[in-house]
Design a protein around this ligand. Structure first.
Ligand code: SAM
Length: 228
């Protein structure tokens, strides 16, 4: 699966995906990340991509023409890309959206903003607007990386053991159950006896109950949503 990113800072994408499972997936050609620099589409001698906001106000706003030209250039060879604008005003990204994105086999184009944001007219050129949370970043690059990481690990062949996707947090709209490894006792805290019992049916029941209890305590909103 191909992820294209229109960005003023393509070099930001060089190291984060070099290691780990996404790095391996890139080597295995399960996915590819193509940062597409915005600057060459800038206007005039100085390749300007921003300008002062109409109506006044602080900061600069990204002009629509360079972004439109970059979108056209990327989509010329890949017309079916799903175009996503990264903005704190978008739909909040979550595991369900990551699953939807992982099914977009034609690939995804992510557009990372900077400055005070992007000219409103760019919104008409995209399929979806996504936010990674209710806070404001300086740019969309980190948001693009979050989307790529969360989506990429769901692609077939990326995780060593695909079963882990079934049990992890949000898979069933609950948080994951508590996990333990060696040693059996650490600073006076013991691993729950049931996990040492070898009784797999009981262990499964314990984990389900713990996942529900933990979710009710920490994220009751997830259980509420599950009712609908
Ligand atoms: N002035 C804008 C506003 O209040 O909505 C915020 C602009 S922000 C400083 C610059 C860029 O960072 C945005 O265009 C967007 O691409 C990216 N960005 C910031 N926060 C984000 C978030 N929570 N999710 C996704 N992208 C975000």
């Amino acid at each position: 699966m191909d992820f294209y990113v229109i960005t003023l800072f393509p070099e930001m994408f060089e190291s984060p995906f070099r290691g780990g499972m996404i790095g391996r997936a890139i080597e295995q050609r399960i996915l590819a990340i193509h940062p597409h620099p915005l600057r060459p589409y800038g206007l005039g001698r100085y390749k300007q991509v921003d300008d002062a906001p109409y109506g006044g106000g602080s900061g600069m706003v990204m002009r629509p023409e360079p972004i439109a030209a970059a979108i056209d250039a990327v989509c010329a060879g890949h017309p079916a890309l799903w175009k996503v604008l990264l903005t704190p005003q978008g739909e909040i990204f979550n595991q369900a959206l990551a699953r939807e994105f992982a099914a977009k086999t034609e690939g995804i184009l992510l557009i990372a903003g900077r400055y005070e944001g992007i000219d409103e007219r760019v919104r008409s050129m995209v399929d979806q607007e996504i936010s990674i949370g209710d806070y404001v970043l300086s740019g969309g690059e980190l948001a693009a990386m979050v989307v790529i990481e969360a989506t990429g690990r769901l692609l077939a062949g990326v995780l060593g053991n695909p079963d882990s996707l079934k049990e992890e947090s949000f898979a069933e709209r609950t948080l994951e159950y508590p996990q333990y490894t060696r040693p059996e006792e650490f600073r006076g805290m013991r691993v729950p006896e049931i996990l040492l019992s070898g009784d797999h049916a009981k262990i499964r029941a314990w984990r389900e109950a713990e996942a529900r209890r933990r979710t009710a305590r920490r994220r009751p909103d997830l259980l509420e949503r599950r009712k609908f």
